[in-house]
Write a protein that binds this ligand. Structure first.
Ligand SMILES: *Cc1c(COP(=O)(O)O)cnc(C)c1O
Length: 367
């Protein structure tokens, strides 16, 4: 039931989230829900949790899901702080800001860790990961980012996961910006914990993160958490039987997310969404090339989620360009790396090939 009074957005967000959402998703936020009523808990929350597991794996018996208030980083902090016990040691593989954020979290929570910090424009070295796992027998957990939104690089998760399995370590994956947009099965890759959030490829609005995890690992991590509100094991223990969150949940966001999952299914699931994102991305890259823009990353490293483009020349003023483009209906995303002058364009969300074609025309007019 779409309310025809839902206004159009004044501009499309060409960003990796919060992103442009559908009218259906925005419409879903017009009703209030009671946090202790069954319509909400059993009807919506439990349904979302089951569908998330089904979206993540065929092995629905082994895995469960936990929703956690806050943006994606709250989920990452909850997961690291709950999964790694006091006597554990975490290997953090980083090649961008989100990997480094996990290092900050480990520092702050006083989690015993080692960081393999890699070049931002390259895939992490499997050889170096192997060496570290071989020589440091204290390592119990490994954390890695799937799509590093910093640059748009898609890290070789399959290969990294295989190594982690080989050494029998617990694998934690930040798949924030890829889950729902790139097909993956958490079970076949042997992921123990996978973290994402409401406002990325599922195309909901910001407000909560979620973790898909092996039930066995959630049970095992009980009592580990360094925080009360970010205790993932406690949150799961309460949510699993009843759908209840421990503290006030973002009800409107949850209802919008439920609608976003319906729309993901209507589109044909993650496989179909992946095809749309890939098509968006191909049109973007070709169009940008025709305007003279070069990508930061080589093609084989590039995700179909977000792309970093180098400034065309030294005199390019991104601030002015940004404002001109925004006035014409598109919001771009600034760059996030220090070694090169870049800006980013995301192509996920309620964005279609015709939007990308319009974007290219607009950018051409604004240059
Ligand atoms: C968006 C994102 C996060 C979470 O960032 P928030 O600012 O907390 O939403 C974490 N990791 C990656 C790879 C992301 O893209």
């Amino acid at each position: 039931m779409i309310n025809n009074n839902i206004p159009d957005n004044p501009y499309l967000l060409m960003t990796p989230g919060p992103l442009s959402t559908s009218k259906g998703v925005r419409n879903a936020m017009l009703q209030d829900w009671c946090t202790w009523d069954d319509d909400y808990n059993v009807g919506i929350v439990q349904n979302i949790r089951q569908r998330l597991v089904r979206t993540a794996t065929e092995d629905v018996e082994t895995y469960s899901s936990v929703l956690m208030q806050g943006s994606g980083s709250f989920g990452v902090e909850a997961c690291l702080g709950t999964a790694v016990p006091a006597g554990g040691k975490l290997l953090i593989v980083s090649n961008g800001a989100y990997g480094r954020r996990m290092v900050q979290i480990a520092e702050r929570l006083k989690i015993h860790y080692v960081n393999l910090d890699c070049e931002e424009t390259q895939a992490p070295s499997l050889h170096e990961i192997n060496q570290l796992l071989e020589k440091d027998g204290d390592i119990t957990h490994v954390a890695v980012v799937h799509c590093e939104t910093t640059t748009g690089i898609l890290n070789p998760l399959q290969e990294i996961a295989q190594l982690v399995r080989q050494y029998d370590k617990v694998l934690i994956v930040d798949a924030m910006s890829s889950f729902g947009g790139i097909p993956m099965d958490v079970s076949s890759m042997g992921m123990d914990f996978m973290i994402s959030s409401s406002n990325k490829c599922i195309q909901g609005v910001p407000g909560f993160s979620f973790v898909i995890a092996k039930k066995e690992q959630l049970l095992k991590s009980k009592g580990n958490a360094r925080s009360l509100v970010l205790d993932l094991a406690d949150q799961w223990e309460q949510m699993e039987p009843s759908g209840k969150w421990r503290y006030t949940s973002p009800t409107h966001v949850v209802r919008a997310f439920y609608q976003a999952l319906n729309e993901l299914e209507e589109e044909g699931g993650v496989g179909a969404r992946y095809q749309r994102y890939k098509q968006n991305h191909r049109i973007l890259i070709e169009g940008m090339a025709s305007l003279g823009f070069k990508t930061l990353l080589s093609e084989e490293l590039q995700s179909p989620i977000i792309t970093s483009f180098l400034f065309p020349d030294r005199n390019f003023n991104f601030g002015i360009f940004y404002q001109k483009v925004k006035q014409r209906g598109f919001v771009l995303y600034p760059g996030k790396i220090s070694k090169a002058d870049t800006f980013r364009i995301g192509n996920i969300g309620e964005i279609y090939p015709e939007d990308i074609r319009r974007l290219i025309g607009t950018l051409s007019d604004c240059l």
